[in-house]
Design a protein around this ligand. Structure first.
Ligand SMILES: Cc1cc2nc3c(=O)[nH]c(=O)nc-3n(C[C@H](O)[C@H](O)[C@H](O)COP(=O)(O)O)c2cc1C
Length: 380
């Protein structure tokens, strides 16, 4: 098995450019480094990777990183597999390869059950005609940004560029800057988030991946915390240690939840607009497809200096949100035959640090990857 050492994407040296690599490095290692920079719910990074033969990458879901309470049908996990595949394919093209992706090689999965079979086999073939994708440069810079955005309108030409970054035939893209619509979504998001976190299992699952301090972040190398809301080091030390610590969240969950709900409201009050993606079907393949398109939209937004944050609480697949989800679809004017896969706010804002990724070796079965170096090399 090839070594997975070397400098990671997103470090100062390689920012937005090709990652320096040794000539002997397996191309699969190089593209997987970019793939794991994809977004995932609460930064769970629910991917398992294995290499077979000389060319094949096998992508599976790491069921130990599933969110059975908050994402009981696994929709978010499959969306994040789509984002992983999109990054992987863009990186392969950049390095002169074609990624031949075979989804669900063991047969169509049951949408109601956890999937233990592979999500995809990806065969990399050298391709002299491979055309680099301009979105490649945005992969290390893409972030989920939880700051308050400016309310500045997004111009028609910028919105038009977003609307051209992917093939939206199977995953239609919607976008609106209508203030009344955004306010309506804000109220539904607040109600949904309150419903989501009022349940003990979902609350604990949320806290499992919420990083209150930089120390927690450094140890876990997954999840997200106050840094991604724009708090500086000193501010997040005081918030995470004294004002809104893990201990206080466990002692007074209702206070923690109230604060999170008010943050959601403030964030939707401060944005340029909202965007969404839907699909006609709602099979696993539709969810993976939507994840791929979402990643392209997010990468394109990054390259246009736009900040983006998914707002999935009001479309979660949990009982208290069922009615809210239908109301959101109605407000967005979605045909009844369509499933809303992703909802996000978008606007202009200063950047945030990237939440970390785990060491590359931890995505591989034990013993399959050696000499692993740290992956994203981004600060918390
Ligand atoms: C399916 C899916 C749902 C998500 N839902 C939310 C959400 O509701 N709120 C939020 O702030 N971030 C959401 N995220 C963003 C993740 O939390 C984020 O991708 C993760 O923390 C890693 O950070 P990064 O995107 O900056 O790499 C979602 C991401 C995915 C893929």
């Amino acid at each position: 098995m090839p070594a997975v050492a070397g400098p990671p994407p997103g470090t100062r040296k390689d920012r937005g450019a090709a990652v320096p690599f040794s000539k002997d490095e397996d191309i699969r290692v190089r593209v997987v480094r970019y793939a794991i920079l994809a977004p995932s719910p609460s930064n769970t990074q629910p991917w398992r990777v294995a290499f077979r033969g000389n060319d094949r990458i096998v992508l599976s879901l790491d069921q130990s990183r599933a969110l059975p309470a908050r994402d009981p049908h696994g929709r978010w996990a499959f969306l994040s597999c789509g984002a992983f595949l999109e990054n992987l394919e863009i990186a392969a093209r950049q390095f002169g390869y074609r990624a031949d992706i075979d989804l669900f090689p063991a047969g169509w999965p049951d949408p109601g059950k956890p999937l233990f079979d592979p999500v995809a086999h990806i065969d990399l073939e050298g391709d002299k005609n491979a055309r680099p994708d301009p979105l490649f440069a945005a992969i290390p810079d893409r972030r989920t940004n939880r700051r308050l955005f400016s309310r500045e309108e997004i111009s028609l030409s910028v919105a038009g560029e977003l609307a051209e970054c992917a093939d939206f035939e199977l995953v239609p893209f919607g976008f609106s800057q209508d203030r009344d619509l955004v306010r309506a979504i804000r109220d539904l998001a607040a109600e949904a988030f309150l419903g989501e976190l009022s349940d003990g299992d979902r609350f604990f699952e949320f806290l499992e991946y919420f990083r209150f301090t930089d120390d927690e972040t450094k140890k876990a190398r997954d999840g997200f915390g106050y840094a991604q809301s724009g708090h500086g080091m000193i501010s997040r030390f005081f918030i995470g240690t004294f004002l809104r610590s893990r201990k206080s969240a466990l002692r007074h969950p209702e206070k923690f939840v109230q604060k999170e709900v008010s943050c959601i409201c403030a964030r939707l009050d401060h944005c340029g607009g909202v965007g969404w993606l839907s699909t006609k079907g709602d099979y696993r393949i539709d969810q993976v497809r939507a994840g791929r398109v979402f990643e392209r939209v997010h990468l394109k937004a990054t390259s246009l200096s736009l900040a983006l944050q998914p707002v999935t609480a009001p479309i979660a697949d949990i009982p208290p949100v069922a009615g809210i989800r239908s109301q959101v679809c109605e407000f967005l004017g979605l045909p009844r035959t369509h499933t809303l896969q992703m909802l996000f706010r978008i606007g202009y804002a200063p950047g945030v640090p990237a939440p970390p990724r785990r060491d590359l070796a931890s995505f591989f079965p034990a013993g399959e990857a050696h000499n692993t170096s740290h992956v994203p090399g981004q600060s918390t």
